[in-house]
Design a protein around this ligand. Structure first.
Ligand SMILES: [Fe+2]
Length: 321
């Protein structure tokens, strides 16, 4: 099993497929990296290059989903993001998060590296199928009739055209700025930042960024009952999985199956996202930080252990070594 997935390594690009503009030019080069797994179809990860969009004129066509949640890391260039009647400029380094029934559209200002993670959504099933279809009918996706079929099949609902007022990104709650997270907590050797909250994901998950210093370590229970999916955006982390060392650098996913014993040590300043998000991190870190502040004598290792079990956290030890 492959635990470290380098997003730049083409051998990790599964089911590559393209999207097209109405004029037939290529709008997107999409690669699936991790297929969805589990009850809520979580852990899914795609890595696309979205090409510069044609000038849309005064309005855009919107679409919405009725089940699926999409989160995208905007990793290069910039884009206009249209959502719920607003338009805003999103630059590299920001993250966008869309919930069901939020009508949205994008206009890309250049080639945008656009890395996505999803849950409760079946879009990737069609990447697998259209990758096969295009081997036989390379132009199938340029056919408007086929595109209509594809939309009706993947919880993608076209809305009408929209007139969107331009506002700064701070006025759009779907734009997430890791420099100004909804919540942040400093622990020994790391800052934990909440990027998407559980209440923005139908209660299913939350996405956290850990900004960690060299020497920060974490160790899990002996048989963790959930798998993990981490995105190392920058830095270097040495993971130990089933007793073997694996180093994840900038632009790598770390995918660890359930039951596998795991730990890590940070080697360089690192920004790493927890994409699985099953642990109720916000409840855990907020409750424990408040206990430490207001009832410090109660904030013992035993109290932490009790709390982490209550909120589904399988990290048993953490801190600078
Ligand atoms: Fe969408």
């Amino acid at each position: 099993m492959k635990y470290i997935i380098d997003l730049k390594d083409e051998s990790n690009w599964l089911f590559p497929t393209k999207g097209y503009n109405p004029d037939g030019s290529v709008s997107e080069d999409q690669r699936t990296i991790v297929l969805p797994e589990g009850m809520d179809r979580r852990y899914c990860f795609t890595d696309s290059v979205m090409h510069k969009s044609p000038d849309p004129g005064p309005y855009v066509k919107m679409h919405e989903h009725h089940q699926g949640y999409e989160t995208f890391f905007v990793e290069s260039s910039s884009m206009y993001f249209y959502i719920n009647g607003k338009k805003t400029l999103v630059e590299a380094g920001k993250i966008i998060h869309m919930q069901p029934y939020q009508a949205h559209s994008f206009i890309f200002n250049g080639d945008v590296q656009f890395r996505g993670t999803f849950h409760d959504w079946n879009c990737v099933d069609d990447s697998v199928a259209t990758n096969a279809l295009e081997e036989h009918f390379p132009d199938a996706k340029k056919d408007p009739e086929f595109f209509r079929l594809l939309c009706s099949n993947i919880d993608l609902h076209m809305r009408g055209i929209a007139d969107c007022e331009e506002v700064p990104p701070e006025q759009v709650s779907a734009v997430k700025d890791p420099k100004h997270p909804m919540a942040a907590f400093a622990i020994d050797g790391a800052v934990l930042k909440m990027i998407t909250a559980r209440w923005e994901n139908g209660g299913k998950k939350e996405i956290w960024l850990a900004e960690m210093e060299p020497g920060f370590c974490a160790k899990w229970d002996d048989y963790p009952v959930t798998q993990d999916l981490f995105y190392v955006q920058s830095g270097k982390v040495k993971f130990n999985i089933y007793g073997e060392d694996y180093t994840a650098g900038s632009g790598c996913l770390v995918k660890i199956p359930k039951y596998a014993p795991r730990s890590f040590e940070v080697l360089e300043d690192t920004a790493m996202y927890d994409l699985g998000g099953i642990t109720r991190w916000y409840a855990l870190v907020a409750d424990f930080a408040a206990l430490k502040k207001y009832e410090p004598e109660q904030a013992t290792k035993e109290a932490f252990d009790e709390m982490r079990k209550k909120y589904g956290c399988q990290v048993k030890e953490y801190g600078k070594k």
